[in-house]
Write a protein that binds this ligand. Structure first.
Ligand code: DI6
Ligand code: FE
Length: 405
């Protein structure tokens, strides 16, 4: 058994341990086997034959952070578009000029597998270096079979190459590709008949996502995608109520969605529906901030209905080119009013639930994966309070220390 001793734990479990005591964490075979108060340590130590012991000297230990919504595999950038918007050109006009999501689609289609690996790696490493041990990565900049699958393969390959867990999501219903202009129902048919079966058949997707929005796909179209996903045994998620109220969240709830994401325009009916289905609401403060949105997500309603709230970076070239989950922890409090405790659970236990991993990841609990971060911090609220400070002391994933990658 390997031990980390004198740890101040933020377990992120529903039933927390007493906050002020120090614990020893016993790990073997990649899992947390024991959590014991330090008052019992001498007895345990005496019974250990080949124990290796790491004294963390009272440092804070949390579960590894989980970024449960990213689009970090893409080619190119959209800095000119950012500049244009600041010079007064609207997002819609940029779209009409062939910019927006479709400009990233063109760049991603022309990039090779290796080029995509290369352009995505620094974004992944940035997240990892600040404590992320699990990341979700979506497709959605391919919009044809070859490139959607290429993106998912790159995502899987990143998980094989670096000490991080990657969960993949097929987001073929992200935007309408140029070749289907004026034929969005035909495109949705293609998503259901070709894209979902191919991704499911090759084991490349852990879930299926849609962009349900006035500028993307209608609830009726998203329902077809959900039907196909269910048929192939894949759980569903949705980009819902980001710019308008579409009723997409209620629809997603009727398919037991893992999460509905953005949800700025979600109404009480929708909140009640996702509360009943056990769906996570994932808030994305980076996109809200970057697009200078004004409509705040209904945090009070989500609290009242006890909806689990996760938060994520939405890392993408158009609406959140921000490769930092720590920044999201800070913005979640400063922009949306979440408490530091809500934030921490939002990037651990609730984020794990949003990825269908609630029984394995996101908590310091016996039987959970030994993914945790030892911080050069004393209080868990510091994770939300300060930003840009280098606070990571040790990163442990599947029981192995992985500070260098
Ligand atoms: N919602 C978003 O915020 C991103 N995708 C989505 O469905 C935007 C993606 C982009 O602009 O490239
Ligand atoms: Fe997104």
């Amino acid at each position: 058994m390997q031990w980390w001793i004198n740890a101040k734990l933020a377990t992120c479990s529903a039933t927390p341990l007493p906050a002020d005591s120090y614990y020893a964490i016993g790990v073997s075979e990649g899992y947390i086997q024991q959590l014991v108060p330090m008052s019992d340590w001498s007895e345990i130590k005496a019974n250990q034959t080949e124990a290796s012991v790491m004294d963390v000297n009272g440092r804070l230990v949390t579960p590894g952070l989980i970024d449960c919504h990213t689009h970090l595999v893409f080619a190119g950038h959209r800095a000119e578009e950012f500049e244009k918007r600041l010079n007064g050109v609207s997002y819609a006009e940029i779209s009409r000029q062939g910019g927006g999501i479709l400009s990233t689609v063109r760049a991603t289609r022309s990039a090779s597998f290796d080029e995509l690996m290369e352009s995505s790696t620094p974004r992944l490493l940035a997240l990892m270096s600040e404590g992320v041990t699990t990341v979700e990565i979506k497709s959605g900049y391919g919009l044809n079979l070859e490139t959607e699958l290429k993106m998912l393969k790159v995502a899987r390959a990143l998980g094989d190459k670096y000490p991080v867990r990657v969960k993949t999501t097929l987001l073929a219903a992200h935007a309408l590709p140029e070749e289907f202009k004026g034929r969005s129902d035909d495109y949705i048919d293609w998503v259901c008949r070709e894209a979902i079966p191919a991704a499911a058949g090759e084991g490349l997707a852990d879930a299926v996502d849609v962009f349900c929005e006035s500028i993307a796909f209608s609830p009726e179209q998203c329902q077809k995608v959900f039907e196909a996903a269910v048929h192939y045994g894949l759980p569903i998620k949705g980009h819902m109520e980001q710019l308008t109220l579409t009723g997409g969240s209620k629809l997603a709830a009727s398919y037991q969605a893992l999460s509905v994401d953005h949800v700025e325009y979600l109404d009480e009916e929708g909140v009640a529906a996702i509360a009943a289905s056990g769906t996570v609401a994932t808030i994305l403060p980076g996109a809200f901030y970057f697009l200078r949105e004004r409509q705040l997500p209904p945090i009070e309603l989500l609290r009242r209905y006890e909806v689990p709230i996760a938060l994520a970076s939405d890392l993408n070239p158009g609406s959140s080119p921000l490769a930092s989950l720590r920044l999201m922890l800070n913005m979640s409090s400063t922009l949306f009013g979440l408490t530091p405790q809500e934030n921490l659970v939002g990037v651990t236990r609730h984020a794990a639930k949003a990825l269908n991993e609630e029984n394995r990841l996101g908590q310091l609990q016996e039987g959970f994966a030994a993914d945790f971060i030892v911080w050069d911090l004393q209080h868990p609220a510091q994770l939300s309070y300060q930003f840009g400070t280098q606070d990571l002391y040790q990163r442990v994933i599947h029981g192995a220390v992985s500070n260098d990658f």
